[in-house]
Structures are given as C-alpha cells and as structure tokens.
Design a binder for this molecule. Structure first.
Ligand code: FAD
Length: 427
C-alpha cells in the first residue's frame, strides 16, 4: 500500500504544504508528476516552459535519488494516467496542493471522483497563495473587486499571522517510497531544448524597489514570476521576506492573489469583459496592425522594444507590458483577448489570472481598471521611464531619432480611442 503526492504548480521539495502532510502518511509516498497531453499537445515543441518544468523536475529527482527514491513521471491524459495508476499500485491516500484555475478545478473534480470509487482518501491543501479565494471577502461575504480595500483586508489578516509558517519537509524524507523510476529526457516527452531560459530569481536588488521598479533599464525587480508560477519557490518564504524588507514589493505579491481570487469568483473574465457594459465597443481588429504589434514594428520605440524583449526572452518589464497592452487596445483598437493570447504563448511567467487581470486592466474592461479615457502616450512613457534610451537601444539596435514610421499618429489614435469607447460603452 502506498500514498501518492501529486506535484503540479509546486515544483519543489522545500516548504511545500501538501508534501509535508503527505510525508506524515502511514504509507510510503510516491512523488508523481504528470505531463498532461491536454496541455502539451497545443504547445510548440521548443516551448521554454516545458523545458523549465523538466529542468525543475530533474532537480527534484536528483534530490530524491540521494535518499533512494525517485519521481514517477507519467505522460498522457490526466484521467487516463490515474486510471492506470490505480491498477498499478494499491493507492490508499492521495495528496496535492490546490489549483484555482477553471481548467484545473474541473480536472481535479474528475480525478477525485475516480479516486473515490477506488476508495483512496484525498487530501488537498492551500499552498499557492497566502489567502485563498474565500478568506479575504467583504463584510457581506462577497468578493472584493477593488484592489485597495482587498489589500487592506489582506494585510490586516496577514499581520495577525506574520510571519506565516514555513513547512520543514526534510526531516520527513525517510517516508518517500524507495524506488528507481526512470527519469525521461525532454525528447522522450516529445519536446526539445529552447534557446530561451528562465533566469534565477533574485532578492538582492530590491533595496530601492519602490523608486526603481518602473524603469525597464534598471535591474531592480525580482524575476520571481515564473518561479511563483511553477512553484519552484514558496510564496510563504517570499511574503515573509517582503514583509520584513519592502512594503511595495509585498503589495505586488498581493496583486497576484487579488487577480487569482477574481478569476476564481468571476471565471467568465477568461474570455469576456469583467464590465459587461463595455461589450458594445467596436474594435477595429486589423490583422496587419496586430502583426506589426506582435513583431515589434509599430514605429513606437517603447512598444517595439517591449515586444522584441518578449519575443527574444519570454519576459517583458512590467511598465512596458502596461504600455504595449494599452497601445494594442487603445491606439490600435484591437480587443484585449488577442494580446492576452499572444502573451500567453510567449511569456515564461504566463499565468491565466495575472494575464487576464492585467490585460483587462489595460483595456479598461476589467475590475478596478484604468479609466477608458486614459490613453498612455508611448513617447511620454519613454521620456519618463527610459530617458536615456538605454532599454530601447538594447532591444532596437537600429534605433535613432528618426526611428520607424508610426503605424498610427498618437493624437489621432487617442481621440479615436476615446470616441470609440464612449460610443461603445452601454449606458
Ligand atoms: P516584481 O516587480 O519583482 O514583482 C514580484 C512579483 O509580484 C511578480 O513575480 C508577480 O508574481 C507579482 N506581481 C507583480 N506585478 C503584478 C501584477 N501587476 N499582477 C499580478 N502579479 C504581479 N504577471 C505574471 O506573473 N504572469 C502574467 O501572465 C502576467 N501578465 C501580465 C500582462 C500585462 C498586460 C501586464 C501589464 C502585467 C502582467 N503581469 C503578469 C504582471 C507583471 O508584469 C509581472 O508579474 C512582472 O513583470 C514579473 O516580473 P518580476 O517577477 O521581476 O516582478
């Protein structure tokens, strides 16, 4: 008889709640990861995120090998894999950390049904966030849709716990199932290495974070996003660190949870406007303009530099993400869903809740969003945040004063955006 711990968005052994609980099971614990074909089949073979997952699993596997255990890696449709697993092993208990995305919730429901028929006991845990969807609500129990009161409530609750407990798993490692499962290569999973790589995160350059985080040429953010996405670092450790060192940085981590609870309570935001009175906007959705935006050829240096950074590295600085997103929706009048999908394909840190939340913020269609009449001027943004053009030159080597022919004139595009939104917003 065995227990299983199922790794998903929590690719680490350290400070992992579900794993900590699993290792206290009375049965030896098989650590499992499933490469889900339902997700993988739609990705290009050199997808950098799959390579990152594989690399992170390989690290875990090496740690396990040192104590005579190993990861069980499976590939297939998740339900089918579990059907096989319950015939292969006598699985008494299954442990995993919760995932709040609509796709994951449905998948987990199906797996739980199967496991229940097998009489396996299921335990699931909150690990991905400090506070999950129903823990931070208004007095009437309804979810917050505005960030500042959400944050205040979050902080109030957090200050009662601070620091949050971290889970020391290493003392329990002797309860891993002794095994020597084969660890598949990336190629055996059907993928190849990518030229793009996730870089390690850092907490060493956050001293002046509140002043420098908006300047894309300054290396002053943490690069935590892909690590939080795949759980190669624990949110509890990061939040405890932020609470001790930098309130602005802590606020950004709270934005992450804000958008996660929005997605949970309003799953329609994946495809539809949060504000349905914006449904009447007549988007231009011009394919040629979209192509120029994607490839970084709009003639606006800040927009083009950002898109080229994204295309070449899988990352874009937050300030520049805001500028390119606003430009797509307002200057080009292309609906946010197109931009969201392009980011989803390219971003190493792609996270459904943050991506949809921020895109809808930029488009003005989201909760607590930028007002529709606020249209960023990409050239003023450039002057404010990259005055010396250091960021621009890094991504556009050919940049000079006469750079590019703008795809649209700013003043015309601003007036057109305001008029189009105004006409489209249902009263
Ligand atoms: P830091 O400044 O060091 O911030 C620390 C952490 O706080 C981030 O890693 C992230 O987890 C969280 N965070 C910071 N800003 C935000 C925010 N606005 N919303 C939610 N969480 C935040 N972030 C993603 O993780 N995945 C996405 O798919 C994503 N899409 C975005 C799309 C648009 C149009 C915009 C404007 C922003 C998007 N962001 C997304 C938010 C933000 O740009 C990135 O989290 C940040 O740039 C990552 O770099 P960092 O880790 O160095 O950030």
């Amino acid at each position: 008889a065995v227990s299983v711990f199922w790794f998903r968005r929590d690719l680490r052994l350290e400070d992992n709640i579900g794993l900590y609980q699993a290792l206290q099971s009375e049965f030896p614990v098989i650590p499992l990861f499933i490469f889900d074909e339902a997700i993988l089949d739609s990705l290009p073979k050199d997808d950098a995120r799959v390579a990152f997952i594989h690399e992170s699993l390989s690290k875990i596997n090496s740690q396990l090998n040192e104590i005579g255990s190993s990861l069980l890696i499976k590939k297939g449709k998740t339900l089918g894999v579990w059907q096989e697993l319950i015939t292969e092993f006598d699985i008494k208990e299954v442990f995993f950390n919760k995932d709040y995305e609509p796709f994951a919730i449905n998948r987990d429901e199906a797996i739980c049904q199967l496991l229940e028929t097998n009489k396996s006991i299921i335990y699931s845990f909150k690990d991905q966030v400090i506070f999950e969807e129903k823990e931070i609500t208004k007095a009437d129990g309804l979810p917050y849709t505005v960030y500042t009161p959400y944050k205040n409530k979050w902080l109030e609750k957090f200050n009662q716990l601070k620091p949050v407990w971290e889970y020391e798993t290493s003392e329990l490692f002797s309860n891993f199932y002794k095994s020597d499962f084969a660890f598949p290569s990336l190629e055996q999973i059907g993928f190849v290495k990518s030229s793009i790589k996730v870089k390690p995160f850092t907490l060493n350059n956050l001293e002046n974070y509140q002043e420098t985080r908006d300047f894309p040429a300054v290396d002053s953010t943490s690069y935590l996003s892909p690590h939080l996405r795949f759980g190669t670092v624990s949110i509890r450790k990061m939040v405890n660190f932020a609470a001790k060192t930098n309130d602005t940085f802590l606020s950004e981590l709270i934005w992450r949870e804000f958008f996660m609870q929005i997605l949970f309570h309003f799953p329609k935001v994946v495809t539809q406007n949060f504000k349905s009175d914006y449904d009447g906007i007549q988007w231009r959705n011009n394919e040629e303009d979209f192509k120029r935006w994607c490839s970084g050829n709009t003639g606006y240096p800040m927009v083009d530099a950002g898109m080229r950074q994204l295309n070449e590295t899988g990352y874009m600085h937050n300030r520049v993400r805001m500028v390119v997103a606003s430009f797509l929706c307002k200057h080009l009048l292309i609906q946010w869903q197109w931009g969201e999908a392009y980011f989803a394909e390219k971003l190493l840190d792609y996270d459904l809740s943050a991506n949809v939340g921020n895109w809808q913020w930029a488009a003005g269609t989201g909760c607590d969003a930028a007002p529709y009449f606020r249209v960023f001027n990409p050239d003023i943004q450039l002057k404010k945040f990259d005055e010396k053009g250091i960021y621009i030159r890094k991504w556009i080597p050919e940049f000079d004063l006469g750079y590019g022919q703008p795809v649209v004139d700013h003043a015309m595009a601003r007036d057109r955006a305001v008029a189009t939104y105004k006409a489209g917003i249902l009263k």
